[in-house]
Design a protein around this ligand. Structure first.
Ligand code: ADP
Ligand code: MG
Length: 375
């Protein structure tokens, strides 16, 4: 039997634990006409939740499009991705893509081609229309298709904060202007930089001010997640002791990606072992850290001496009391202002993230690696 644990990919179906309430709530809201901002740090399971919601809505007859803003490198590429994915919203629309493109994007005159699987690929021929003209028509495409098909549309923009990287606020403004009057399309904006996204909707000088409601995705409740893991082990003929499971959840800080990653290595490495104990978890962590060491060393080498000391303090103190006098003395951090400066830089590099209780490592295992090096 194959390894029942999955990480690094979207999880669906029986690989998808719990999230029933979130799934139901999102699906229910998105059937109306809404704009929702879904926020959570990386690796909490946003994309997986979204894909499950879209599958459900698709089965209920809605048109759906999913765009990951991580990939386009310019406004033009973003518009191309938008057009291509919108016309792929259903097989029947994809088949008629050429017609939709001709009818609904007359100014844009995009080029349409089909990949070997018959999936339409649309590219923009600029100059021709200005980018602003193209954007207006392209952003209205889902509404026009929805009307023509008498169906509702849901468009997801994942990693939405990346829009800022494309064309500053101009594109944001064009997007707002186009979608704010649409009646048949719901939008779900997801992102792993909760701060940046919150600023986008709560600052009145920004184009997306009050454009939607915020929803934060928490970790999966520990009870549900541990039940899921136990059952995965037992279905594959293994068991895991409560102590081992406890350590696993603590060391992975219950972040779904790391929980699955450790389980994957446990399952993979201890094939002959029928019951997983604490020592096995410790060893699985060692293996994980060893495999990540080259990447962690590169990261480490890119930091200033003071940032390194600050990180060690953050690992040792679980991100708390970092500017306290004793901390500064113990880790030789010089002064609170220096610590503040290093923390700011480490957050900007997405190594740390500020939360209510203190600073946490974006990569949980990087924190574990530092602990293993005397932090
Ligand atoms: N509901 C879930 N049940 C089990 N594992 C999950 C769940 N959600 C996420 N994961 C784990 O976390 C990993 C990252 O999920 P992903 O959806 O890509 O997160 P995000 O989009 O927030 O970065 C997945 O590959 C999987 O290992
Ligand atoms: Mg994601």
């Amino acid at each position: 039997m194959g390894n029942p644990f999955r990480f690094g990919t979207v999880v669906t179906g029986e690989d998808f634990a719990d999230r029933e309430k979130e799934l139901e709530e999102l699906a229910r809201k998105l059937r109306g006409t809404v704009r929702i901002f879904l926020l959570a740090p990386r690796r909490y399971g946003k994309t997986s939740l979204i894909k499950n919601v879209l599958d459900l809505l698709g089965r209920q007859g809605m048109l759906t499009a999913y765009l990951d803003l991580y990939w386009p490198n310019s406004s033009q590429e973003f518009l191309e991705l938008w057009m291509s994915n919108v016309v792929r919203s259903s097989r029947s629309i994809a088949r008629r893509a050429a017609r939709f493109v001709k009818d609904f994007l007359p100014r844009v005159r995009p080029k349409i081609s089909f990949d070997p699987t018959g999936s339409p690929q649309i590219s923009l021929d600029l100059p021709g229309p200005t980018l602003a003209e193209a954007a207006e028509d392209v952003f209205n495409l889902p509404e026009r298709i929805a009307k023509a098909e008498k169906k509702r549309f849901v468009v997801v923009l994942d990693e939405f904060q990346e829009i800022l990287r494309l064309d500053g606020e101009a594109l944001e403004r064009q997007l707002r202007a186009a979608i704010q009057h649409q009646k048949n399309v719901s939008y779900l904006f997801a992102g792993s930089k909760p701060r940046i996204l919150t600023d986008m909707v709560s600052d009145e000088t920004r184009p997306f001010y009050q454009m939607g409601t915020l929803m934060t995705l928490d970790k999966i409740p520990e009870k549900e997640f541990t039940q899921f893991i136990e059952s995965k082990f037992s279905k594959s003929g293994k068991s895991i002791s409560p102590e081992a499971l406890g350590i696993l959840m603590r060391r992975s800080e219950n972040v779904p990606h790391y929980v699955q990653l450790l389980c994957f290595y446990l399952w993979d490495h201890f094939q002959g072992v029928s019951r997983i104990e604490e020592s096995h978890v410790q060893e699985a962590i060692e293996i994980t850290l060893r495999s990540q060491e080259p990447a962690y060393l590169t990261l480490w080498e890119g930091l200033t001496l003071h940032q390194r000391k600050t990180l060690k303090a953050a690992a040792a103190l679980k991100g708390r009391l970092l500017t306290a006098k004793e901390t500064i003395a113990r880790f030789r951090l010089e002064a609170a202002t220096n610590v503040a400066k290093s923390l700011k830089a480490l957050c900007a590099k997405s190594i740390l993230r500020k939360e209510k209780e203190g600073y946490v490592f974006e990569d949980v295992m990087f924190g574990r690696w530092l602990e293993g090096h005397g932090a």
